[in-house]
Design a protein. Structure first.
Length: 458
């Protein structure tokens, strides 16, 4: 069994073994020093002996410091290991796993984008008829149609849904949500500015962007947690008027006075109402806009009547694609990626911001995705109310056990977190991965291209 006691016992055992090995190496090194200086002292005069003895003492002192430093570093690593294991034991495995899968999926998706005809590589590199880079041409032939396929769009949308839902779940655990939301929003805006500069510099309108996923994620966190803070303040101030106070409310008596605590039950109801209301509102607005737009030239060429508006049946049949805002093939009224954001009017900005019209290669409007965050908050405040994994669930006593780590569920949660850390790690560092994954992909493949004969287009 893995717990704090066994971890400390293992630490002591490993450090004792290390100390024995270091003592043996130290003994051998001291003997070598003794032999070296004994030989030198035999042939040295009195003045040289004094200098040699001084050097010997200094060399022994340096040796002691060297081995002491090695032990301290090992001790620090052991302490860090224990701290990391205990931290992992408190994390919910399935939440980290799903978030990690989503982030890995994003990395793969953006790699495919870079290779497609819409991506960065075709403009940044000259492949000189490919030659030794024939695999690039073949891979591009796969990436271009796949990137626009309904399958890829559907998988992407499910991944985004999962990311926002998991963000809502995590927000019910974390205490620094506002700071995290501001940080994500700020970086999202910064990335937006940088990419639009690149779009102009490389004359690639496909790089234009206005509402990227990281900006929307940050805003969703701020909206969810701002709503939670507002709810708590209203509940505290107007509890008797706005909320029904009964035996099941979290009220206690201290010092003869009624003391208020936050109402978990009330916030769960609020999350349910917010999730349903936001989704219903977005469906209503998008249905009205879609059904008032005419069939596109592509649809007309494939049998749709010209000059006729879409029907509600069209809307339902393409509903999951509309979430992606991609309308070139389904008649969705989309602002083309070749329009620079500086040319958009105020109404267009609002539509792009709220999720009614799409713009740019990484567009994600605020709605309906903010509703998924409230859905995650609902799950986090019900299923994960005790902040423990639901896998390997045996009894309620397992989850309420103060020594949860020592239960079967706690042990399995920890072991899975440790063994699958290569998958879960990116999910714990979403912002850093989002910022650096594209430069890393570009540098990695760029170096391969250059070594195989490609040149930069400058």
């Amino acid at each position: 069994m893995i717990n704090e006691l066994t971890l400390k016992e293992d630490k002591a055992k490993r450090l004792n073994e290390l100390q024995s090995k270091l003592d043996l190496k130290k003994k051998t090194a001291l003997e070598q020093i003794e032999d070296k200086y004994n030989t030198l002292l035999c042939t040295a005069n009195e003045e040289e002996k004094s200098s040699l003895l001084s050097n010997k003492e200094k060399e022994i002192e340096d040796l002691n410091k060297k081995f002491e430093l090695k032990y301290k570093k090992a001790e620090k690593r052991e302490d860090s290991h224990i701290k990391n294991v205990l931290r992992l034991s408190k994390r919910i495995f399935e939440v980290d796993l799903l978030r990690g899968i989503v982030i890995w999926g994003m990395i793969i998706d953006h790699t495919i984008f870079n290779f497609s005809d819409k991506g960065f590589f075709k403009d940044a590199f000259n492949f000189h008829g490919y030659g030794t880079l024939g695999w690039v041409e073949a891979f591009r032939g796969f990436c271009t149609p796949f990137y626009d396929s309904e399958f890829r769009i559907g998988v992407r949308l499910f991944g985004i849904f999962a990311l926002f839902m998991l963000t809502g779940i995590s927000s019910s655990f974390s205490k620094s949500n506002i700071r995290r939301g501001l940080l994500l929003t700020g970086f999202g805006v910064l990335i937006t500015v940088i990419l639009n500069i690149f779009a102009v510099a490389f004359s690639n309108p496909g790089l234009h962007m206005l509402m990227c996923i990281i900006t929307t994620l940050g805003l969703a966190i701020l909206i969810y947690n701002g709503s939670k803070i507002l709810f708590d303040k209203l509940h505290e101030k107007y509890e008797d008027h706005l909320f029904k106070v009964g035996k099941r409310d979290n009220l206690t008596i201290e010092g003869g006075k009624l003391v208020h605590t936050k109402s978990q039950k009330g916030w769960v109801k609020t999350c349910i109402i917010a999730t349903i209301s936001l989704l219903a509102l977005w469906v209503l607005v998008t249905a009205l806009v879609y059904c008032n737009s005419q069939y596109t030239a592509y649809e007309v060429a494939h049998g749709a009547p010209e000059g006729v508006n879409h029907t509600f049946v069209d809307y339902l049949s393409h509903f999951y694609l509309i979430f992606n805002g991609d309308g070139n093939f389904i008649g969705w009224d989309r602002i083309g990626a070749d329009i620079a954001w500086s040319n958009l009017d105020f109404v267009s900005y609002l539509k792009i911001f709220f999720g009614v019209r799409g713009f740019g290669f990484d567009w994600l409007g605020l709605f309906p995705f903010v509703a998924y965050t409230f859905l995650g908050g609902l799950i986090g405040n019900t299923i994960y109310n005790d902040k423990k994994s639901i896998i390997y669930y045996f009894t309620k006593e397992d989850r309420t056990n103060p020594n949860y780590l020592e239960t079967k569920a706690g042990q399995l949660n920890l072991k899975l977190n440790m063994k699958l850390s290569f998958i879960t790690y990116p999910g714990k560092h979403t912002l850093l991965i989002y910022i650096f994954h594209q430069p890393a992909i570009t540098i990695f493949f760029g170096l391969i291209f250059l070594m195989l004969g490609a040149t930069l287009n400058v």
